[in-house]
Design a protein around this ligand. Structure first.
Ligand code: PEP
Ligand code: MG
Length: 329
């Protein structure tokens, strides 16, 4: 409860708590935690620019998630092995209607230029569910199970084609990989591959420089995790946020079922291990770009499941690499 007035507030952003006009004892404990957090930050800092390696010398790829390319200006690409997830929804929230091809091309080419040859994974529009987009997503009684992600893109080839054209053009400028969200059945990537072929043929016909980017899928629907090997994907990236909510039937945005929405649940970890095994059998990369990769309590379990690649928010890079360095020791 917020008091009417207070002289001092102790705000703990990590725990999501605030204490108003604290007792001396509370203040002392809080200051102790601030000092401990500063010491931890200093201890993990040396890991930031180094490649991630486990205590037993195994290399782990650590990439970053990008929600807005503006944040890249302050980042050195040497902190990461590439971009594991670009959430392209930022282009569709700019408030000027749907972004045109040139706007999208410039945004993707800018990220590729920043990455200096490192892989840049760009996810096609993941509208719907927790990411409604005005003028595009439709009203549904259960939007998380409705027309979202790749389903919406395939239902709107007019919108999807513009994005695929921009991506095929940006693939000339760097190591662009295209990733499809919410894939549930192999037909969805097969249809997208056909659309991409058509887009590339058209661009070539128009004399516009383009290249065919690698085409992979997010594994965030249990059906895809159970049968990952059936999907003709160039790579897999596990979306643990959605995979957890769909596996446990517990919404990712409801505190009421927060105890069930646990990426460390053995059922979720089994699906991660299955996906890693399917990728290994097919000789393609398996990464994980959900929040679980940045959770020090869950990360060792993901590594136990065989995962050797992850993508996290830039702020978590040093902490994740430090946790990897402790693994297996
Ligand atoms: C996920 O579902 O884990 C994921 C990375 O995608 P988003 O959080 O954007 O749905
Ligand atoms: Mg998702």
């Amino acid at each position: 409860d917020l008091p009417d007035s207070a002289a001092t507030a102790l705000v703990d952003a990590e725990r999501g708590t605030a204490v108003f006009d604290p007792e001396a004892q509370e203040r002392e404990a809080f200051e102790g935690r601030i000092a401990a957090a500063a010491a931890e930050r200093a201890a993990i800092e040396p890991y930031r620019l180094k490649p991630a390696v486990t205590a037993t010398g195994e290399r782990v790829s650590v990439m970053i998630n990008v929600a807005d390319p503006d944040e890249l200006d302050a980042l050195d690409p040497a902190i990461c092995d590439g971009v594991g997830l670009t959430r392209t929804e930022f282009l569709f929230h700019a408030g000027h209607g749907l972004p045109d091809e040139e706007t999208q091309y410039r945004a993707y080419a800018r990220i590729a230029a920043w990455a200096k040859g490192r892989p840049v994974t760009i996810r096609t529009l993941d509208a719907g569910g927790d990411k409604p987009i005005e003028g595009l997503t439709i009203a549904e009684t259960n939007p998380f199970l409705g027309l979202r992600g790749i389903r919406l893109c395939l239902a709107r080839p007019d919108v999807f084609t513009v994005q695929l054209r921009a991506l095929a053009r940006a693939a000339v400028a760097g190591n662009i990989k295209v990733m499809l969200p919410m894939v549930a059945i192999p037909d969805e990537i097969a249809r997208t591959a056909d659309l991409l072929d058509t887009v590339i043929r058209t661009l070539i016909g128009e004399g516009i420089a383009c290249a065919r980017p690698a085409l992979g899928i997010m594994v965030e629907v249990p059906a895809a995790a159970l049968r990952a090997g059936d999907f003709p994907a160039d790579f897999y990236s596990i979306g643990s946020n959605d995979l957890t909510q769909y596996t446990l039937a517990a919404s990712r945005d409801s505190a009421e079922v927060g105890n069930l929405n646990d990426a460390a649940n053995p059922a979720v970890l089994d699906l991660v291990a299955r996906t890693v095994a399917a990728g290994t059998a097919r000789g393609v990369e398996v990464s994980l770009c959900g929040d679980a990769a940045a959770d020090p309590a869950i990360l060792p379990k993901l590594l136990d499941a065989g995962l050797r690649s992850g993508s996290v928010a830039p702020i978590a890079i040093a902490r994740v690499k430090a946790a990897i360095a402790r693994y297996g020791g």
